[in-house]
Unconditional design. Structure first.
Length: 123
């Protein structure tokens, strides 16, 4: 285990140097891409990625409707349901959907409107 950690540390240091070179020279090398792939191979098995809950066919779930109201639906595994899931708009409970709406989506909209008043250029 220590040997693997040392390999990861060494690879990260080398990667940092390569990234610095890429940004300074704007000239990525084949070696930098190979290094990134090697780091990915070393790190991925040790990463724990939380899985997003996905309903089974016929199971009920909630999503935030375009009107801003948490809405119940039944999973059919079709394009529309997969689209909601891929956006992250698929919740096991109405409480989860409301929490996401209140704590994240409304705040994101407010921040967007503060940064970009009507008629202002948008980057």
């Amino acid at each position: 285990m220590d040997n693997e950690l040392n390999k990861i540390k060494e690879a990260i240091i080398l990667l940092a140097k390569q990234i610095e070179n890429i940004y300074l020279q704007q000239n990525p090398t084949v070696e930098s891409y190979c290094l990134i792939n090697e780091i990915q191979k070393l790190v991925e098995p040790h990463c724990v990625v939380p899985k997003r809950w996905k309903p089974k066919v016929g199971e009920q779930y909630y999503y935030i409707h375009e009107s801003g109201i948490p809405t119940i639906d039944t999973w059919e595994d079709d394009y529309h349901h997969k689209y909601k899931f891929n956006l992250g708009n698929c919740f096991k409970t109405e409480v989860d959907a409301r929490f996401c709406l209140d704590e994240f989506i409304k705040k994101a909209f407010d921040e967007w409107h503060e940064q970009y008043p009507p008629g202002s250029p948008r980057g």
